[in-house]
Design a protein around this ligand. Structure first.
Ligand SMILES: [Zn+2]
Length: 387
């Protein structure tokens, strides 16, 4: 099928620009930006900010003391004539430490672009810039103000950006998230599990394991008993998972350990299950006589339920069809900033970014052909919301 009358100019303008998109992606990837390195993230943020200024966006750097500065770019070519707002979310940070590039350089091979952060999610940042270019070239303007929010700490839980994301989302009619697509067929993400981290600390009493074991209270044993209790809260059929992923305790084998702790990854599909699970953790009591327990943490991202994505997905799917592309959907276990906005009741569609494989792995890569396709889809969505 050939692209529709409305989508054709966008598709045709973007397709021959894949080389330019790939060049910009290379520039972005070479500016390494690990979440914990403020100077590096700031450096990359300034490169991204300059690209947006060049396109006439009003750019604000939202300064942070410890994390990288967030970049907010507002693009509103129709000025006062627009009504409402669309929020586009993406992040500047990656999970790769400084120097990763040496062993994992940006390179092109067989229609793919490889390198740290290509997929998650510098490819998505490139798509957004070119979507705006395509609209400008076609002289077609969104009916709403478009706010692009590029945050610096998504990969580490969005501690400094969550408030701002939620504020912008509340005044938006829709949120589009440029996280990677699911699978090589480029499915968008219409649901995500809620994700949290809960720490259980057990305190017992130290004693000599040989001389006076009866005086000791074994904190490791207490933690082990607690783990076997919480493991029973796994409910695969409902998508609720409880994973004791990190454990620590003890000092020497001949000492009854005074302290031990476990850190648990918790996930849930339903908001109700999330709250129930949190309550169960809070209600944990010691099993060994004399032991003490401390429970910290909880869910930091609520589930993104499909109902918040359904209408936007239908719109995106219809647009993709006009481009001759079948756009599928996926439910995934990992969270993103889309979880925050969906939980506020703002229509949210995620996974609109690059198509590729190996996010967070030594062979992260994107499909170059997907760049122009996704940018066209994004541009089309900006024109058609509201519908
Ligand atoms: Zn990401």
């Amino acid at each position: 099928m050939k692209a529709s009358f409305q989508m054709l100019p966008l598709v045709e303008w973007l397709r021959p620009r894949e080389a330019a998109m790939t060049r910009l992606l290379g520039q972005f990837v070479r500016a390494e930006s690990p979440s914990f390195d403020k100077a590096a993230v700031d450096r990359f943020g300034r490169i991204v900010a300059a690209e947006w200024r060049r396109r006439g966006a009003r750019v604000t750097l939202v300064r942070q003391r410890e994390r990288g500065d967030h970049v907010r770019a507002e693009w509103n070519p129709l000025g006062k004539k627009t009504k409402g707002q669309i929020l586009i979310l993406g992040h500047l940070d990656t999970v790769y430490g400084l120097g990763t590039l040496e062993g994992m350089p940006f390179r092109l091979a067989r229609g793919r672009a490889h390198g740290p952060g290509t997929l998650d999610m510098k490819g998505g940042l490139v798509n957004a810039l070119f979507a705006v270019d395509a609209l400008s070239a076609a002289g077609r303007w969104p009916q709403k103000r478009i706010v692009f929010l590029w945050t610096s700490d998504e990969e580490i839980g969005s501690g400094t950006s969550r408030g701002m994301i939620e504020r912008e989302a509340r005044r938006s009619d829709a949120v589009l998230v440029l996280e990677p697509a699911s699978g090589l067929d480029g499915r968008v993400k219409t649901g995500r599990k809620g994700v949290g981290e809960i720490e259980i600390v057990a305190k017992g009493r130290a004693a000599h394991a040989g001389l006076n074991p009866e005086h000791g209270i074994n904190a490791i044993e207490e933690i082990a008993l607690q783990i076997s209790r919480i493991s029973r809260w796994n409910q695969p059929s409902r998508g609720t998972t409880v994973n004791a992923g990190l454990i620590e305790g003890g000092t020497r084998t001949n000492v009854i350990p005074e302290k031990a702790r476990v850190v648990v990854d918790v996930r849930a599909v339903h908001a109700g299950d999330m709250r129930a699970l949190e309550r169960k953790f809070r209600a944990l009591r010691p099993i060994l006589r004399g032991a003490k327990l401390q429970i910290r943490g909880g869910f930091n991202r609520p589930p993104m339920e499909r109902k918040s994505s359904a209408a936007l997905y239908a719109k995106a799917r219809a647009l993709a069809k006009e481009m001759g592309v079948t756009l599928g959907e996926a439910y995934v276990g990992g969270g993103s900033d889309g979880n925050f906005t969906a939980a506020l009741g703002v229509p949210t569609l995620d996974g609109l970014g690059a198509v590729g494989e190996g996010a967070h792995s030594p062979d992260e890569n994107i499909v170059i052909r997907g760049l122009s396709e996704r940018a066209a889809l994004l541009a089309g969505l900006l024109l058609r919301i509201p519908w």
